[in-house]
Design a binder for this molecule. Structure first.
Ligand code: GSH
Length: 237
């Protein structure tokens, strides 16, 4: 599909980003072909800066050349823009369920990224405190899973949906943090239903090819830290 095409779908992203993974999963679920434009770690391309001038962050979805930014906004856009009868829904059909799923997605994004970055050593902070923050958030999300899934396999029911994609995008980084800290993050004792859900999520056909391997994520984190430090040193010179 040529990028000048009014229907062309392109994702400006990075393979290791949980926020980018969400967008790829949503497009895969919808059966939408897309071109993936890999950003160089620690750098920002002219295309990224031009298409997300406010936050300058990945992911950006380009649909017919028009940018959509912020992963949760993109998921909702993809759901609405590709909504044929044969395509699965991403957000629940019921307005109340939609509100509940959005609430927990916002909760996950408010509680998890900073604590995970601290555990990975990407930002300074108390690692034990960060581990407690993640554990407390996952305990809340375990309750949310029970309420939302109503005894089914996923938050959205018998197949994955919005909240599965949002929380599931962190699973690779949970596993990477487990390797780095040598401590359980998605703990089978504290949060058994979420641990089982994560295994089911990773085995889903829309996920298998885009779920990053924990070992590769650990290596990526180390390389990114080195690249960012080199950039900072170069700017000081
Ligand atoms: N709230 C944003 C977060 C996106 C985000 O944090 N992206 C990271 C990559 S994982 C990024 O672009 N970091 C580079 C930067 O902030 O300069 C979303 O949901 O899309």
């Amino acid at each position: 599909m040529a990028s000048g095409d009014a229907a062309a779908v392109r994702v400006v992203g990075g393979w290791a980003s949980p926020f980018v993974m969400r967008v790829c999963v949503a497009l895969r679920l919808k059966g939408v072909a897309y071109e993936f434009l890999q950003e160089e770690p620690g750098k920002k391309s002219a295309l990224l800066l031009a298409s997300n001038p406010v936050h300058k962050q990945i992911p950006v979805l380009l649909h017919g050349g028009r940018p959509v930014c912020e992963s949760l906004v993109i998921l909702q856009y993809v759901d609405e823009a590709f909504s044929g009868a044969a395509t699965p829904r991403i957000l629940p059909a019921d307005p109340y369920d939609r509100a509940v799923h959005r609430f927990w997605a916002d909760y996950a994004d408010a509680k998890l990224p900073t604590a995970l970055r601290t555990l990975r050593g990407m930002i300074d902070g108390d690692k034990a405190e960060a581990a407690e923050q993640v554990a407390a958030a996952l305990a809340q999300l375990e309750e949310a899973f029970t309420a939302c899934s109503k005894g089914q396999r996923f938050f959205a029911g018998d197949d994955i949906g919005f909240l599965d994609i949002v929380l599931g995008s962190y699973v690779g980084w949970f596993r990477a943090a487990e390797r780095i800290t040598a401590q359980a993050v998605l703990d089978e004792t504290r949060t058994p239903r979420l641990a089982a859900w994560a295994a089911r999520f990773c085995g889903h056909e829309a996920i298998r090819d885009v779920m990053p391997d924990a070992g590769r994520l650990v290596e990526f984190g180390e390389a990114l830290r080195a690249a960012l430090a080199a950039n900072a040193n170069a700017q000081r010179m």
